[in-house]
Design a protein around this ligand. Sequence first.
Ligand code: PRP
Ligand code: MN
Ligand code: MG
Length: 180
Amino acid sequence: MREDLQELLFSEEQIQARVKQMGEQIAKDYQGENPIAVCVLKGAVLFMADLIRYMDIPLEIDFIATSSYGASTKSSGVVRILKDLDRSVEDRHVLIVEDIVDSGLTLSYLRDSLLRRNALSVKIATAFDKPDGRTVDITPDYSGFVVPNRFIVGYGLDYAERYRNLPYVGVLKPAVYEKN
Ligand code: PRP
Ligand code: MN
Ligand code: MG
């Protein structure tokens, strides 16, 4: 699969080192609380699994599935909830765990939804942030790496459901998606 990449952006070692820092910082900030870490499926599944290992505090996990990209490199502009949380977030501190913030639509939609359900607080941790992609105003509380405005895959990020299992992140060769 490596030959489908034009460029490697972050190695497995770089990602793991940064995620460890983030987890330890987030745990410090939630000291004395019992937050719910909400993994945004499917993209955030690798980041979530790594991040919470570095958070040495009591916490709960839950999962929500959204989709806005489908089998395209462009957001449809509409966020759909494909699977909702199992439990209530009322009066709970919620940490949304995302793989990437691009347009910001997914996160602004999710944050509003959780606040409407009376979460005590909603914070956002993202592995990657693409500020140049933003169409709505949203800033993650914790961000691993700022990425350029290119279509990247790996570490949970897919193109048409592929490449999520790469432990590193890179830029996909345009030839791969221009075929479709
Ligand atoms: C991707 C990514 C984020 C979102 C970011 O998810 O995992 O959740 O898009 O883009 P945005 O800031 O423009 O909303 P996608 O909808 O592709 O679903 P997936 O996680 O299952 O791949
Ligand atoms: Mn996603
Ligand atoms: Mg996707």
